[in-house]
Design a protein around this ligand. Structure first.
Ligand code: 13P
Length: 253
């Protein structure tokens, strides 16, 4: 089963309009001679989505929100909706990022509500899951992930799964320079794929893209992408440097 690789740059709370436009323009240029067909997605801050969308227009780069609220509009101070993302030129969103879970206390129920809202409104969604260092050291990695996946996907129909990807981001590897080894990540990705089979069916699991995130860099992307169940990467720090992200987009598996 061949799954089209998906490389995502999550810019987190970085870039002013000017910086975002420069970065997006450089990445767009780097897309021109990618070795083979692969999907590139950028998740800039909401404040620059519209400007970035003008810069990447026609390049095939997909634009995503870093989070999304469930309703189309309303009294939700500080939130953005799928309709607003679409209006700014995006068609995708992340949910359940560990920074949302840990710093802003979003629980599985809220992540699920966001995910279903985004899917219902037509977005391509990435559900992020991942264990903390404490959970890994306590031998709870797989049970934590199983629960995040089960609760996160609750009420998501089989038909919606073709607009869904999963990102495995071990919390201990985010921004720390510690990366899961290819084998460590493969073990978890294969587990997650088995869980998708249990929740849906094998065909859905075979087609589901499962991305790895956590200190992905130019010097480890090739070994990560060589793993059979790693279908892409969700990149933070290295996505803010055009040359690094371009090398990641050009991974050789
Ligand atoms: P880093 O690549 O900076 O570790 O961040 C990973 C991440 O959280 C991407 O969403």
């Amino acid at each position: 089963m061949s799954r089209r690789p998906l490389l995502v740059g999550n810019w987190k709370m970085h870039t002013t309009v000017v910086e975002a436009c420069q970065l997006a323009a450089a990445i767009r240029q780097g897309c021109a001679d990618l070795p083979e067909e692969r999907d590139i997605m950028l998740a800039p801050p909401a404040t620059v989505l519209s400007e970035v969308s003008h810069i990447v227009h026609g390049s095939g780069i997909i634009l995503a929100g870093q989070n999304v609220c469930w309703g189309p509009q309303g009294a939700f101070t500080g939130e953005i909706s799928a309709v607003m993302i679409q209006g700014a030129g995006g068609n995708a969103a992340l949910v359940g990022h560990s920074e949302r879970r840990q710093i802003f206390h979003e629980d599985d129920a809220m992540v699920n509500r966001r995910l279903r809202g985004g899917l219902d409104q037509g977005l391509l969604m990435i559900l992020c899951v991942g264990e903390t260092l404490e959970e890994r050291e306590g031998g709870q990695t797989l049970s934590v992930l199983e629960e995040q996946l089960r609760a996160g996907l609750s009420g998501v129909s089989i038909a919606q799964c073709d607009r869904l990807a999963i990102a495995y981001e071990p919390v201990w590897a985010i921004g720390t320079g510690l990366t899961a080894s290819g084998e460590q990540a493969q073990e978890v990705h294969s587990f997650l794929r088995d869980q998708v089979t249990l929740l849906y069916e094998k065909n859905v699991a075979d087609q589901m893209r499962i991305l790895y995130g956590g200190s992905v860099k130019p010097d480890n992307i090739d070994q990560l992408m060589a793993q059979p169940d790693i279908d892409g990467a969700l990149v933070g720090g290295a996505a803010l440097d055009a040359a690094s992200f371009i090398r990641i987009m050009q991974f050789k598996a």
